[in-house]
Ligand binder design. Structure first.
Ligand code: AMP
Length: 449
């Protein structure tokens, strides 16, 4: 199949030729005709599948050919994304694809001055890519009217809800015209997303390009059990030993990101961080330097790294496991793009076992463990997944089960005896329950990332 067979305008085909896109990806093959027909869409697609072009191309085609002029302070296509970085990235895609179409595009997000955005919107804009908070600010200050929106795209809808944007989303829905096209993209589909889709989408076409909640196949993933205090040392060792080139490293907190970058810089390793406390220009600079190969190690928190489009990245290291299991899928989606081989390595310490178990439950796969000689943990990481299931289930002789009833299903606690005498696990079996995890997650959202 070719792009021209999909009926896209010549002006778009010209850009695709320049970009070297030859064949539509599976999601593009399904999404483009449906969006051109005017259908609502509910698409399960991970980053790296080409989903952006899947919605951008048909939207640009329609806007370029329907002969409707955008009014002042109006928008014809609204694309909502969870983060500033993704807003920049999606906007850049619209600009590239639409270069010869005459369709105007703009990105508006928080963390930068609102005045230039208000000024630009006066003339109206065909495609506005925005984060929900800033969009509502612009709307409430009358810089923007939403009653002429023809198409709404919710990109990474799961992430927007994770970040607590549901109030903003419902406020946006209330301001939109009832008659419109709605396209919802999400890597994972929770019950909340499904009920949002049920209420706001009209007879949507469901597209699923890879099994729900699955991880990218081309990525080789494994776990290195290690004591928490030795993670930095392990990272430095593996980087040298395996001759890693550029690595994207995920950490749990902003402080953790800054500390790791400080340590790497002290060792004269070119590193930079992106996290929520860094001003937007600094984040973009870090990303650009990483893409240009000037920075070797980019250390990121989940929020900041969401949706990063970095091509040919062979190595992702989860220095800390994510608190929200779904983030694991997004993290490792940075590598193994467009079928390229990639490696995602997770450094897991004993008290992260419940997080590991939750990830393994989500991806329906037990990650293999490979201890690094010389870094075998003193605090054993409890078995998870299939390995944790005893071969012959017997009734426990002693009362007081190991896992708390709220721990993820496949986590059974400290089944493995400590290797050497005197070594004790750092946390009690079942010590981190789901509810504790939730609390940590909330704290993380409010300021941790
Ligand atoms: P996305 O999933 O939208 O983030 O896209 C992932 C990457 O694939 C981006 O770098 C796109 O430029 C690239 N891409 C998207 N569609 C195609 C295509 N049909 N052929 C080649 N590359 C593509």
């Amino acid at each position: 199949m070719t792009f021209s067979a999909l009926g896209l305008a010549d002006t778009l085909l010209q850009s695709l030729e320049t970009l070297g896109y030859k064949t539509p990806t599976p999601i593009q093959q399904q999404a483009i005709p449906a969006v051109l027909e005017g259908r609502d869409l509910m698409a399960a697609a991970q980053t790296g599948t080409g989903k952006t072009a899947g919605f951008a191309l048909p939207i640009l085609h329609t806007l370029a050919t329907d002969g409707i002029e955008v009014g002042s302070n109006s928008v014809r296509a609204l694309v909502l994304v969870p983060t500033r970085e993704l807003a920049e990235q999606v906007h850049a895609s619209f600009r590239q694809y639409g270069e010869h179409t005459g369709v105007s595009t703009y990105a508006a997000y928080g963390g930068v001055s609102i005045n230039p955005q208000m000024m630009r919107l006066r003339r109206g804009v065909d495609v506005l890519v925005a984060t929900p908070g800033r969009l509502l600010d612009l709307f409430s200050q009358n810089a923007l009217k939403l009653n002429k929106v023809q198409v709404l795209v919710l990109d990474e809808a799961d992430r927007m809800l994770d970040l607590g944007f549901s109030r903003e989303l419902y406020a946006v829905f209330a301001a939109l015209p009832k008659k419109r096209q709605t396209l919802l993209f999400s890597a994972t589909f929770s019950d909340e997303i499904r009920s949002l889709a049920k209420a706001r989408l009209h007879n949507p076409l469901s597209i699923e390009v890879s099994p729900r909640n699955s991880t990218v196949k081309a990525v080789k993933q494994w776990v290195v059990p290690v004591d928490k205090k030795r993670k930095t040392e392990l990272f430095l060792f593996m980087r040298k030993d395996r001759k890693w080139g550029q690595v994207l490293v995920f950490v749990k907190t902003k402080r953790g990101a800054d500390e790791l970058v400080g340590l790497l810089l002290a060792k004269r390793i070119k590193a930079d961080a992106i996290h929520g406390d860094k001003p937007q220009p600094a984040r973009l600079r870090a990303l650009e330097s990483f893409k240009a190969g000037e920075v070797q190690i980019l250390v990121a928190t989940d929020v900041a790294a969401r949706g990063l489009d970095i091509d040919d990245l062979p190595q992702v290291v989860n220095f800390d496991l994510p608190i929200v299991a779904e983030d694991y899928i997004h993290r490792i989606g940075r590598t193994g793009r467009a079928g390229a081989a990639g490696e995602a390595i997770s450094f897991v310490c004993a008290d992260e076992a419940p997080l590991l178990a939750a990830i393994e439950t989500l991806i329906k796969q037990t990650l293999s463990r490979d201890e690094e000689p010389g870094f075998e943990p003193d605090h054993r990481v409890p078995l998870t997944g299939a390995a944790a299931v005893p071969k012959k289930p017997k009734k426990p002789k002693v009362a007081g089960g190991r896992a708390g009833k709220n721990t993820p299903r496949n986590w059974v606690g400290f089944d493995e005896a400590p290797k050497r005498p005197g070594n004790r696990p750092t946390s009690r079996p079942g010590g981190i329950s789901r509810s504790t995890g939730k609390k940590a997650q909330n704290q993380n959202r409010s300021g941790g990332r």
